[in-house]
Design a protein around this ligand. Structure first.
Ligand SMILES: [Zn+2]
Length: 184
């Protein structure tokens, strides 16, 4: 997400290295890094107080629990927690109710994430229908939808049928997406 206008972050150490510098961001793009930067008067300023400056983190495995278990977490509460922790993007696992095994669910998760507007919410699509490990989900439809799903996983259920896994990997290669198998 890029914000219009200029922002000058002063007195920070990128990656925690070296002496403190200033960072000038114009229309969401870093244009200058160095000590004692001079910026126009209307530039927003953020004092870093010698903090470590890092790029936004990406969490590849979150459970936002929406749809279905909004009593435990929602896209809004999960996004807020992520943003507070320095994350700018999260990947939301597919074991929701209904399961994110079709583009209706993945596009809804994506759109809700946009509406909340705190971090980029990328839905992870299920590899198999209902996470049941029997039949491949419509990976192509999810990849082609508004959410442009790039990662597929049955999460803790895992795909344990080697033939099905082979087909999933072949589809993934053709679609230029990733299969993420849960580490056991
Ligand atoms: Zn998980």
């Amino acid at each position: 997400m890029s914000a219009p206008g200029s922002l000058l972050i002063t007195d920070v150490r990128p990656y925690g290295e070296g002496s403190p510098v200033d960072v000038l961001i114009v229309d969401g793009v870093i244009t200058e890094i160095g000590p004692g930067l001079v910026a126009p008067a209307d530039t927003e300023r953020l004092a870093g107080h010698n903090s470590v400056l890092l790029p936004g983190f990406v969490d590849l495995h979150t459970h936002l629990r929406e749809p279905g278990r909004e009593d435990t977490e929602t896209i809004a509460t999960g996004s807020a927690a992520a943003a507070l922790g320095g994350y700018t993007a999260v990947f939301a696992m597919a074991n929701t109710d209904p399961v994110a095994d079709n583009s209706t669910v993945t596009d809804n998760v994506y759109r809700t994430g946009r509406e909340v507007g705190l971090v980029d919410v990328h839905p992870v699509g299920a590899v198999t229908v209902g996470l049941q490990g029997k039949q491949l989900a419509e990976m192509g439809m999810m990849a082609a939808g508004a959410a442009k799903v790039k990662m597929f996983s049955d999460d803790g259920k895992c795909v344990d049928d080697p033939l099905l896994m082979r087909r999933a990997l072949e589809y993934a290669k053709g679609l230029d997406v990733l299969i993420a198998q849960h580490a056991e």
